[in-house]
Design a protein around this ligand. Structure first.
Ligand code: 13P
Length: 289
């Protein structure tokens, strides 16, 4: 654990402690994106049934859809009611005003994504957000290298995280978690991704902050495990949740049912089952997923 992490106080400190504890136990925390009450309740049910904890993430587009206050209140109330220890994380934010609103609304952790900017600009923007977030007690994640966004080109080595830059980036920014580019991309893959595990090892050797794997949908469990063994302590998982939910809903609607209390539950069950498998992988348990 870095000195800055140890000195950190507030809600971000509890979040970071959980991430570090999970890494020390040989696992990772699963970070699931939610989009509505149903996906939120479904992922929480998976965690509750497993007696596990997890990170609840919202992207800026989800916050534009749900509203910042609504998303925070929903997530907190649902986690409390489910009896699940959960943290609220802002995923891929580039807008200072949104980051500020989330900090004010009590987010445990925020991601500043300036990964498309040149190194020095990424450092400057990340450092500014880290200072602001730490002052309000929240943790900060940033991305170095480039993990292609939804619908973009495939991951290429040119965008991969350079280990030596990772070391300089973490030192210069004071960031708490580092999202790395090692062969994943957001969204569906055209062909099975292959993580650059030797690079991940070199990044892990260069910096002690917990590493974050984005774009985990479609990455086989063996590669999740290999990434966890090399210092990945937070795994971001979204697209397969949307996919499972939408498929389940489509099936449930096919018969003409209009009662939402009947059409949503099968879709939620599909998400719960999916996330239960991923939680097992993150805890380092064997078995099928
Ligand atoms: P997937 O949608 O590919 O699972 O990626 C999720 C993610 O990285 C969110 O930040």
């Amino acid at each position: 654990m870095s000195a800055t992490t140890l000195e950190r106080t507030g809600r971000g400190a509890a979040f970071l402690e959980a991430v570090h504890a999970r890494r020390n136990a040989g696992g990772a925390l699963l970070a699931t994106n939610f989009y509505n009450a149903e996906t939120l309740l479904a992922v929480l049910r998976a965690a509750r049934e497993a007696g596990d904890e997890l990170i609840l993430q919202t992207s800026p587009s989800t916050l534009a859809y749900l509203g910042v206050e609504t998303a925070a209140a929903l997530a907190r109330a649902a986690a409390r009611e489910a009896g699940v220890r959960a943290w609220l994380h802002l995923d891929h934010a580039a807008d200072d005003a949104l980051i500020e609103r989330c900090l004010e609304a009590g987010w445990d952790s925020v991601m500043i994504d300036a990964s498309e900017a040149p190194f020095d600009e990424n450092v400057a923007r990340t450092r500014a957000v880290a200072e602001r977030a730490h002052a309000s007690g929240a943790a900060v994640e940033a991305e170095l290298g480039y993990v292609p966004k939804l619908g973009q080109r495939e991951a290429t080595e040119a965008g991969f995280t350079a280990p030596e830059e990772a070391r300089r980036f973490v030192e210069a920014t004071g960031v708490d978690l580092l999202a790395v580019a090692v062969g994943t991309a957001h969204g569906f893959y055209k062909r099975e991704p292959k993580l650059d595990l030797p690079r991940l090892e070199r990044i892990r050797a260069a910096t002690d902050v917990p590493l974050v794997l984005h774009g985990a949908s479609g990455v086989p469990p063996a590669q999740w495990r290999a990434a966890i063994a090399r210092g990945v302590a937070k795994i971001n998982f979204a697209t397969e949740i949307k996919d499972a939910f939408t498929r389940g809903l489509r099936d449930a609607l096919a018969g003409g049912e209009i009662d939402l209390r009947k059409t949503f539950p099968p879709a939620m069950d599909a998400v719960t089952e999916l996330v239960a498998g991923k939680l097992r992988v993150c805890r380092g348990e064997g078995g099928s997923v």
